[in-house]
Design a protein around this ligand. Structure first.
Ligand code: SF4
Ligand code: SF4
Length: 128
Protein backbone atom coordinates (compact mmCIF):
# COMPACT_ATOMS: atom_id res chain seq x y z
CA UNK A 1 0.00 0.00 0.00
CA UNK A 2 1.39 3.45 -0.85
CA UNK A 3 2.25 5.97 1.83
CA UNK A 4 0.83 9.48 1.52
CA UNK A 5 2.33 12.24 3.67
CA UNK A 6 -0.48 14.32 5.17
CA UNK A 7 0.49 17.95 5.68
CA UNK A 8 -0.26 19.28 9.16
CA UNK A 9 -0.05 22.94 8.12
CA UNK A 10 2.76 23.59 10.58
CA UNK A 11 4.24 26.13 8.08
CA UNK A 12 7.81 25.01 8.82
CA UNK A 13 8.44 24.73 5.08
CA UNK A 14 7.33 28.35 4.64
CA UNK A 15 10.09 29.46 7.02
CA UNK A 16 13.04 27.58 5.56
CA UNK A 17 15.59 29.39 3.46
CA UNK A 18 15.12 28.51 -0.18
CA UNK A 19 13.36 29.61 -3.30
CA UNK A 20 9.71 29.25 -4.20
CA UNK A 21 10.02 29.24 -7.98
CA UNK A 22 7.21 30.77 -10.03
CA UNK A 23 6.13 30.06 -13.58
CA UNK A 24 4.13 32.44 -15.78
CA UNK A 25 0.75 30.87 -14.99
CA UNK A 26 1.42 31.08 -11.25
CA UNK A 27 2.32 34.75 -11.54
CA UNK A 28 -0.95 35.36 -13.40
CA UNK A 29 -2.99 33.50 -10.78
CA UNK A 30 -1.25 35.08 -7.81
CA UNK A 31 -1.56 38.60 -9.24
CA UNK A 32 -5.29 38.08 -9.83
CA UNK A 33 -5.67 36.70 -6.31
CA UNK A 34 -3.91 39.76 -4.85
CA UNK A 35 -5.96 41.97 -7.16
CA UNK A 36 -2.91 43.70 -8.63
CA UNK A 37 -1.47 43.82 -12.12
CA UNK A 38 1.19 41.25 -13.02
CA UNK A 39 3.71 44.08 -13.24
CA UNK A 40 2.89 45.27 -9.73
CA UNK A 41 2.86 41.71 -8.41
CA UNK A 42 6.33 41.08 -9.81
CA UNK A 43 7.60 44.33 -8.30
CA UNK A 44 6.09 43.74 -4.86
CA UNK A 45 6.29 40.00 -4.32
CA UNK A 46 9.07 38.50 -6.43
CA UNK A 47 12.82 38.51 -6.82
CA UNK A 48 15.25 37.15 -9.36
CA UNK A 49 16.13 33.49 -8.86
CA UNK A 50 19.69 32.79 -7.88
CA UNK A 51 20.34 31.22 -11.31
CA UNK A 52 18.85 34.38 -12.91
CA UNK A 53 16.54 32.22 -15.04
CA UNK A 54 13.23 33.38 -13.64
CA UNK A 55 11.43 34.67 -10.60
CA UNK A 56 10.87 33.40 -7.08
CA UNK A 57 8.78 34.69 -4.19
CA UNK A 58 10.47 37.27 -2.01
CA UNK A 59 11.42 36.50 1.57
CA UNK A 60 10.52 38.44 4.66
CA UNK A 61 13.45 39.83 6.68
CA UNK A 62 13.53 36.68 8.86
CA UNK A 63 13.71 34.43 5.78
CA UNK A 64 10.08 33.34 5.81
CA UNK A 65 8.10 33.45 2.58
CA UNK A 66 6.50 36.80 1.86
CA UNK A 67 3.05 35.19 1.91
CA UNK A 68 3.37 33.72 5.37
CA UNK A 69 1.05 35.58 7.72
CA UNK A 70 1.21 34.23 11.25
CA UNK A 71 0.48 30.54 10.89
CA UNK A 72 -1.19 30.80 7.51
CA UNK A 73 -0.35 31.13 3.84
CA UNK A 74 -2.00 34.28 2.55
CA UNK A 75 -2.12 32.71 -0.92
CA UNK A 76 -3.39 29.28 0.13
CA UNK A 77 -6.01 28.80 -2.63
CA UNK A 78 -3.50 29.64 -5.36
CA UNK A 79 -0.18 28.83 -3.76
CA UNK A 80 2.62 27.84 -6.13
CA UNK A 81 2.99 24.29 -7.36
CA UNK A 82 6.32 23.94 -5.58
CA UNK A 83 4.51 24.43 -2.27
CA UNK A 84 1.70 22.04 -3.18
CA UNK A 85 4.08 19.28 -4.19
CA UNK A 86 6.13 19.14 -0.98
CA UNK A 87 6.71 16.64 0.59
CA UNK A 88 4.95 14.00 -1.53
CA UNK A 89 6.34 14.90 -4.96
CA UNK A 90 9.66 16.35 -3.89
CA UNK A 91 11.60 16.49 -0.66
CA UNK A 92 15.19 16.17 0.50
CA UNK A 93 17.20 13.81 2.68
CA UNK A 94 16.22 14.29 6.32
CA UNK A 95 13.10 16.34 5.60
CA UNK A 96 11.17 14.23 8.12
CA UNK A 97 13.16 15.88 10.92
CA UNK A 98 11.60 19.26 10.17
CA UNK A 99 8.36 18.50 8.34
CA UNK A 100 5.47 17.30 10.48
CA UNK A 101 3.52 15.59 7.70
CA UNK A 102 2.04 12.32 8.95
CA UNK A 103 2.63 9.18 6.86
CA UNK A 104 -0.67 7.44 6.09
CA UNK A 105 -1.03 4.11 4.37
CA UNK A 106 -3.74 4.54 1.76
CA UNK A 107 -5.14 2.49 -1.10
CA UNK A 108 -3.59 2.88 -4.53
CA UNK A 109 -6.75 4.61 -5.75
CA UNK A 110 -6.75 7.05 -2.85
CA UNK A 111 -3.04 7.75 -3.29
CA UNK A 112 -3.55 8.46 -6.97
CA UNK A 113 -6.53 10.71 -6.19
CA UNK A 114 -4.50 12.75 -3.71
CA UNK A 115 -1.50 13.04 -6.02
CA UNK A 116 -3.75 14.14 -8.89
CA UNK A 117 -5.23 16.81 -6.62
CA UNK A 118 -1.75 18.11 -5.78
CA UNK A 119 -0.83 18.19 -9.45
CA UNK A 120 -4.00 19.95 -10.53
CA UNK A 121 -3.40 23.54 -11.50
CA UNK A 122 -6.87 24.77 -10.59
CA UNK A 123 -7.93 26.68 -7.53
CA UNK A 124 -9.36 23.71 -5.70
CA UNK A 125 -7.76 23.46 -2.30
CA UNK A 126 -5.76 20.33 -1.70
CA UNK A 127 -4.92 18.90 1.70
CA UNK A 128 -1.45 20.39 1.31
S1 SF4 B 1 3.39 30.57 -0.88
FE1 SF4 B 1 2.33 29.98 0.98
S2 SF4 B 1 2.68 27.75 1.15
FE2 SF4 B 1 4.22 28.58 -0.28
S3 SF4 B 1 6.03 29.01 0.97
FE3 SF4 B 1 4.80 30.90 0.82
S4 SF4 B 1 3.51 30.90 2.65
FE4 SF4 B 1 4.27 28.81 2.36
S1 SF4 C 1 4.57 20.18 4.29
FE1 SF4 C 1 5.46 19.61 6.24
S2 SF4 C 1 6.62 21.40 6.92
FE2 SF4 C 1 5.22 22.08 5.32
S3 SF4 C 1 3.37 22.78 6.40
FE3 SF4 C 1 3.04 20.63 5.84
S4 SF4 C 1 3.68 19.48 7.64
FE4 SF4 C 1 4.58 21.53 7.85
Amino acid sequence: MPIFLECQRCTACCRWPGQVLLNDAEITRLAAFKNVSEHDFIQQFTRLRSDKRGLALKDQPDGACIFLEGENCAAQPVKPQKCREFPNLWNFPGFEKVCHAIPREVSVAEYERRIALIKSKGNERSDQ
